[in-house]
Design a protein around this ligand. Structure first.
Ligand SMILES: [Zn+2]
Length: 90
């Protein structure tokens, strides 16, 4: 039997999943808009996520803020900055 706590927990999880899916879809849409499609776009999105970009302030590895175009955020000092091009020359 579900009580309010469980319902709130499920709502929270669903909200997080929706937010992740939404930002991924937005990133995929941006890649597709640039003329790459299907499996290529998937590979490219994977490469973007796995790419290691260093923070300009503390030189630690940062992560891409998906769905924001080309913004990156540092894991350590929370610095947000413009990253390298999302579409590297092949
Ligand atoms: Zn940093």
């Amino acid at each position: 039997m579900l009580d309010w706590f469980n319902i709130a927990l499920i709502a929270l999880i669903v909200g997080i999943v929706v937010a992740i899916v939404y930002s991924l879809r937005k990133t995929m849409a941006q890649i597709k808009a640039s003329g790459v499609s299907g499996e290529d776009a998937r590979q490219l999105a994977k490469r973007i996520r796995e790419r290691q970009v260093k923070c300009p302030r503390c030189e630690r590895i940062s992560y891409a803020l998906l769905g924001t175009g080309n913004q990156w955020k540092c894991k350590v000092c929370n610095q947000e900055f413009e990253g390298p091009d999302h579409l590297p020359p092949s």
